[in-house]
Design a binder for this molecule. Structure first.
Ligand code: ADP
Ligand code: ASP
Ligand code: MG
Length: 457
């Protein structure tokens, strides 16, 4: 069996779902399990309405929900035709009525907890999987809608829950295997799961890729296909740099670094369950199924270019912590990292000197409280609107003089932090957010104007 994950833009409207159905049909002999995202932008919109309700603005929340209802009804209507849609309409109506009820409840209380936020956020995938499964059936695919909350079991860290693999694997096996054996095509929503007690959770933004990997690893899939809106993993974000080239094959390690540092095309956690089971992952274009895409493999073949790709991650805050009184004292870093741990703020890049340390974190609302906590230990400053730029490639392990080449290309750019060596395959630095498009284009021109045709297309 294989897992096919179809992303938000690849199910954004009736036309896109139609294309997805044709792709799934072409793979029926390989016994696909289909994992779908919410229709494009729906998760964002759900979270906006949840926050509006949490702030007591019931009318805005319900108005946004009405627009979402209309979009889903229209898409389902177009896909199913009047006859089938009339039968199906009641089901969607029930979901939207329940969503509105939930929003009214949140607005009445005037508080949005992570747990209720997950309840609202999960609607995107619950609705898309229902519509897509119905649309597949109408096109002659023997599809069965599977509620992911019955198979993907997680802890209760709402909004970024961690899967409980043993429990999930058992449930995935007992639910999906009989369906596959009887020739059915299971269709399930990505991104969502539930706790052992049955409370709805979500596994982090962009998490449908991760769901696909959990399903693939759980069932021992032959391969996992991530269907998206670009030709594959590219040498940089094609939206920033139109002459980005497709990477034909990339190693798991390289893909993981790129995903982590901003190549949104793949969720960072995706690769891990697949790596552990040596399951190949492909990134493919739902708008052009004939394109070969990118294969992510355990080991990368030799490549003549130094780098495989350049990624950038925006909305970064730098936190500078300086403690002159800690000179020669031990325990300084531990005390600092303990504070990050208490506030559950993950750190990306770190650079240290004897009595000061700079760290980067994704900009978020916990930073002021964290900074106040750190201020008990040391002098603290933080500054947002930064970005991490990351160049990745296995060749970085051996080639001398690479950093010199990179920074001489950027001799006029203010670099705030630099890190190389931690993973041996990436060179990472931090700059002002506004400078990113120009930096990416310059580095791309410097390192990818000529490419190894075995690796890039
Ligand atoms: P999906 O909805 O299918 O999950 P995403 O929007 O999450 O799609 O990811 C696809 C997007 O990732 C592309 O449209 C592209 O703009 C962006 N992207 C960023 N870096 C890269 C890269 N190196 N290669 C390909 N796409 C990239
Ligand atoms: N719909 C979710 C999100 O937008 C998950 C995903 O699409 O991967 O974050
Ligand atoms: Mg995505």
């Amino acid at each position: 069996m294989i897992v096919m994950k179809v992303g938000g833009t690849s199910v954004e409207d009736a036309g896109a779902i139609e294309r997805a159905a044709a792709i799934v049909k072409s793979r029926l002999p390989q016994k696909p399990v289909v994992v779908v995202s919410a229709m494009a932008r729906v998760t964002d919109q759900l979270l906006v309405m949840a926050r509006a309700a949490g702030a007591g603005d019931r009318d805005t929340a319900l108005q946004l929900s009405r627009a979402l209802r209309e979009r889903h009804y229209n898409t389902a209507g177009e896909l199913l035709g009047t006859g089938l849609f009339t039968q199906f309409h009641g089901e969607l109506e029930g979901d939207f009525d329940a969503l509105d009820e939930l929003l009214r409840g949140i607005a009445a209380v005037g508080e949005l907890t992570p747990r209720t936020s997950d309840h609202v956020g999960a609607y995107g995938e619950l609705l898309s999987s229902k519509i897509i499964s119905a649309a597949f059936s109408a096109r002659g695919i023997d599809s069965t809608l599977v509620d992911s909350r019955e198979c993907i079991i997680t802890d209760s860290t709402h909004t970024r829950a961690t899967p409980l693999f043993e429990e999930s694997n058992e449930r995935l096996s007992s639910t999906l295997r009989p369906l596959l054996q009887s020739g059915r095509v299971p269709v399930m929503g990505g991104f969502i799961g539930s706790t052992l007690a049955g409370v709805t959770t979500t596994i982090g933004r962009g998490g449908s890729d991760f769901s696909a990997a959990i399903v693939g690893a759980g069932l021992g899939a032959e391969r996992i296909e991530i269907w998206t809106d670009v030709d594959g993993m590219m040498t940089t974000d094609p939206n920033l740099c139109p002459d980005a080239k497709r990477i034909k094959v990339i190693s798991f390690d390289e893909a993981a670094e790129l995903a982590y540092f901003g190549a949104k095309v793949l969720h960072p956690a995706t690769v891990l369950p697949a790596v552990q089971k040596n399951i190949p992952v492909y990134i493919l274009n739902s708008r052009d199924a004939s394109c070969e895409g990118t294969r992510i493999s355990a080991r990368a073949p030799h490549c003549r270019n130094i780098f495989k790709a350049i990624a950038a991650k925006k909305r970064i805050t730098i936190i500078d912590v300086a403690a002159p009184r800690m000179l020669l004292a031990h325990g300084f870093l531990k005390a600092i990292f303990d504070a990050f741990d208490r506030h559950r703020v993950p750190v990306d890049v770190v650079s240290t000197s004897e009595v000061s340390v700079s760290l980067t974190v994704d900009s978020n609302e916990s930073i002021p409280a964290l900074a106040a906590d750190l201020a008990k230990l040391a002098d603290v400053k933080y500054e947002g609107r930064k970005a991490i730029v990351c160049l990745v490639g296995e060749n970085l392990r051996e080639k001398p003089g690479v950093a010199a080449r990179v920074f001489s290309e950027l001799s006029d750019v203010k670099i705030r932090m630099i890190s190389q060596g931690a993973s041996a395959i990436n060179l990472t630095f931090v700059v002002e957010e506004d400078a990113v498009p120009d930096i990416i284009r310059r580095l791309h021109a410097a390192f990818f104007s000529e490419v190894d045709s075995e690796i890039f297309a």
